[in-house]
Structure formats: C-alpha cells, structure tokens
Design a protein. Structure first.
Length: 474
C-alpha cells in the first residue's frame, strides 16, 4: 500500500475521530470500511473482479451475521445498516460512469449498473429470507465454513487459482489461455476469512455476544486493519465501537505518533533494506558466504520493519477513531527463546491458531481413551499448527518447510526447557551465567528464525536448499 493511501487513511481516521456523536462515528466507520474494501482492492486483468470480490466478501459477512445474530436485536438497525452498505455498493458501481478516465484506478471498469443492482438485491433477499428461518442457521454456518476454507485454499494454490481464473474468464468472455494466479488477488482475504471463522466458532460455542449487522461488517472490514491485520476479536472490537468517546488530545498524539513511526519503518527502513534483501535474483548473483549472510539479515529486518510498520499505522489510525487494535509485534528479535519469539511476532495470528488449532488438538489427544505420551502430543500439536501457519501464507512446499522448521524448533526448545526444569540446576540462577544465557538465547533464537526465512523468501525449495547450505560454506 502506497504512502499516499496510508496518509489518506490517517486523515479519514482523524476526521471520524472528530465526529462528536457516537452514532455518527459508527456510521462513518461502517461506510469507510465498506468503501475501503472496494477502493483498496487492486485492479486485475479479470473483468469486474475488483468489484465482485469485495461484494462476495460483504455477502459472506452478511450471511455469517444471519447465523450468529441475536433474535432480539432492533429491526431498525438492521435496515439502516443494510441500506448504508447497499448505498456504498451502488456508489462504487456508478463511480466508473461519472468520469471518462475513471475516478479510481481499480474502478474504471465497473459491471453494468443493472447487473450490480440485481446481484446486490439477490444478496439482500437471501439475507432477509435466511434471517427469518432460524432452522437454517446450523446448515448455513457449516456451509460458510466449508466455502471460506475452499476459497482460501484455491486462491492460495497457484494451479487452482489459475484454473479458477480460466473458468471465470470463460464466463466473462475473456481468453482462458491468459489466466494467471494473480488474476484473483483478493485484498485481505486471509484476515477476513479468519475473522469470520472466529465469529462462527465462538457463536457455536456460546461465547459470542449479540452483534449487529453494522458492527459485524465494520469488524470484518475495519479499514485500518483490512489489508494486513491485526486480527482483532469481535467482542473486544464491538465494545470499543459502542463506547468510543470523542477524540481526546492524548489519543490524537498517540495515534499520530504511531502513524509516523509506522511510515518511517515502512518507507525509510524497510524500503531501503529491500534493495539488498535476500531474494531469488540476489541469491543467484551473490557467491560469498559473508555477503549471503548480509542479504539474509537484510531480509529479516526488512520483513519486520515492513510488517510492523503497517501494524503501527493501523493501530494509530484506529486509535484516532476510538478503537484500540491489539498489538501485533513486541520486539520479537530480542527474545531469548523461540516460544517467546512466537508470542511477540504476528501475535494475533499466533493467538488465533493457538486458540482454534493447537489447544483443541492437544486437548483431544490428551483426553483420548488411551492418552498419547506428552512428547507426542506436543510434537503433533506444534508441527500441525506451524505447518498450517506456513500454508496460511501460501500453499507451496517452501511454506510447508518453513512451518515444519519452526514446529521442530518449538518442540526441541520445549523438550530442552522441560529437561532443564527437571534437572533443577542452580547454575543458571547465578547473575553472570544468567546474563550470558540470555544473550546466547537471543543470538540463537534470532539466527534460527533468520535461517527459517530462507525458505520463506525463496519460492523454489531447491534454490532455498542450496542457499541454506552455502550459508555454512557448503
């Protein structure tokens, strides 16, 4: 995302924070979030994709609301929220006709207005019909989960994405031979899918509070966190949304400070390091082991500054609107163990997988009729969780290896820590030894993580393996 868009987002957050009435601010956040889903969606060669993909996301969110909605919520709020969302969809469909050259690059070729209105009307009719049929909720919820996972897998798998693009090209009258995986680039799909899955799972478990349609859509598409997170929890987000006070001077200072910090990280540090960061081209050109380590260090810090920089901007813009997004990074490269690293790197994603994958899986293994050995439970739980986190980034062998690398590292570290506790040695309690152990832990953890980035940065596993060996002079 460009600096211009991030600054525009900051200005919008400041404007919303200045609205005195909470109801106006909530309506503004809803309109801004729905609009951002279309405006920020990148243009693709697939006809009308930049319009249909956000609309499908809105439809999925509305259907999720029909599954988890409270029967005693006021009908007026539902109607107003639905009309506001429909107004944005119609405005987006019409904007391409208002200017000969297109008002926004991604909206230059909107679908015919009649088609957009027809599809929007069908979606609203489906939501209204399903909202009146409580018996359909369970089946609908299961269907949405299956659909979300299926779409996620298709778009994250190159051959499947290409096949889907070819099919859609045939339907739209385009040449299927030109299909490519990036034709179906869907901004924020990973975060949208995880937010909706979180809502459905918690509703099924009885942990979800009553949420309005406008609140759920604002949560799913919250414009500061739409593109790259963090993944908030709906109950915490809705609490802030309902209680958000007028913008206070301290919130303005904190919000603007985080935004400036994030912009500096992204566009000064990360972009500078990108020139020398490890990649397929640079890895093939560099021959010296020392230079290869330099490229790897540059990639490690470029990735951190880029990702944490966007998180700073998102947290700062949200603070201006009265919403306190959760933190996503807490000095991860200064942690003394791999467990501590993952408790401070992309924290909301780690917490999601811990809550919905690792904990249920290990709990089921421990409570089985014939309980599994503790070491096996930990190994299976950590390997499964980390491989899935790898696949969340993309369905490829490189990400599988990266996930397995971290899963194995977490298991070894867990077994070592368990053995040290049982040994009960007081050697580590001595101040000098403790400081040395902490420094060694930071260096070891950082280099373990950095070596894992080799599989992350190089899409070809064969090239990644060669680079990995060359780092050790082989």
């Amino acid at each position: 995302m460009s600096a211009v868009l991030l600054l525009a987002m900051a200005g919008l957050g400041l404007l919303l924070g200045c609205l005195r009435r909470p109801a106006w601010r909530r309506a503004g956040i809803l309109l801004a979030s729905v609009s951002a889903a279309f405006v920020l969606q990148p243009a693709t060669p697939l006809r009308y994709a930049s319009f249909w993909l956000p609309l499908v996301g809105l439809a999925a969110t509305a259907l999720v609301w029909t599954v988890v909605r409270s029967d005693d919520s006021p009908p007026r709020g539902k109607v107003v929220a639905g009309l506001l969302i429909l107004a944005v969809v119609v405005a987006v469909a019409a904007v391409g006709y208002l200017s000969p050259v297109g008002f926004l690059s991604t909206l230059r070729t909107p679908p015919p207005m009649s088609l957009a209105l027809g599809v929007g009307g069908i979606v609203l009719a489906m939501v209204a019909a399903l909202a009146l049929r409580p018996g359909a909720r369970r089946v609908l919820g299961l269907g949405i989960v299956v659909a979300l996972v299926a779409v996620f897998v298709i778009l994250k798998t190159g051959p499947l994405a290409t096949a889907a693009s070819a099919s859609l090209r045939r339907l739209s009258g385009q040449s299927p031979e030109l299909a490519a995986p990036l034709d179906l680039t869907w901004l924020g799909l990973s975060y949208l899918a995880f937010r909706l899955l979180h809502v459905l799972i918690d509703a099924r478990a009885g942990r979800l509070p009553a949420v309005g349609l406008d609140e759920l859509v604002s949560y799913a598409f919250f414009f500061p966190a739409l593109a790259a997170g963090p993944i908030d929890r709906v109950e915490r987000f809705v609490q802030d949304l309902r209680a958000a006070p007028a913008l206070a001077p301290q919130d303005m200072r904190d919000g603007l400070g985080r935004i400036l910090l994030g912009l500096a990280k992204k566009f000064v540090l990360a972009d500078s390091l990108a020139w020398i960061a490890l990649g397929p081209v640079s890895a093939a050109r560099v021959t010296g082991t020392g230079w290869l380590w330099l490229l790897l260090y540059a990639f490690a810090f470029q990735l951190y500054f880029d990702f944490s920089g966007y998180t700073d901007v998102a947290v700062g813009v949200a603070r201006l609107t009265g919403v306190r997004l959760p933190e996503n990074f807490q000095q991860p490269y200064l942690k003394t163990s791999l467990t501590a690293f993952w408790n401070s790197w992309h924290m909301t994603l780690t917490q999601w997988f811990r809550g919905y994958v690792f904990n249920p899986l290990t709990r089921a293994m421990r409570s089985a009729q014939r309980p599994w050995p503790t070491a096996v439970v930990i190994f299976v739980g950590q390997m499964t969780t980390m491989v899935l986190i790898g696949l969340w980034h993309g369905v490829s062998w490189g990400f599988v290896i990266w996930g397995a690398w971290h899963g194995l590292g977490l298991f070894v570290q867990n077994r070592w820590s368990t053995w040290m506790r049982r040994a009960g040695s007081r050697l580590w309690e001595r101040p000098l030894v403790s400081r040395f152990a902490s420094a060694a832990g930071v260096l070891l953890t950082f280099h373990f993580v950095a070596l894992g980035w080799v599989w992350f940065s190089l899409p070809d596993p064969a090239q990644a393996a060669r680079v990995f060996l060359r780092l050790f002079g082989v």
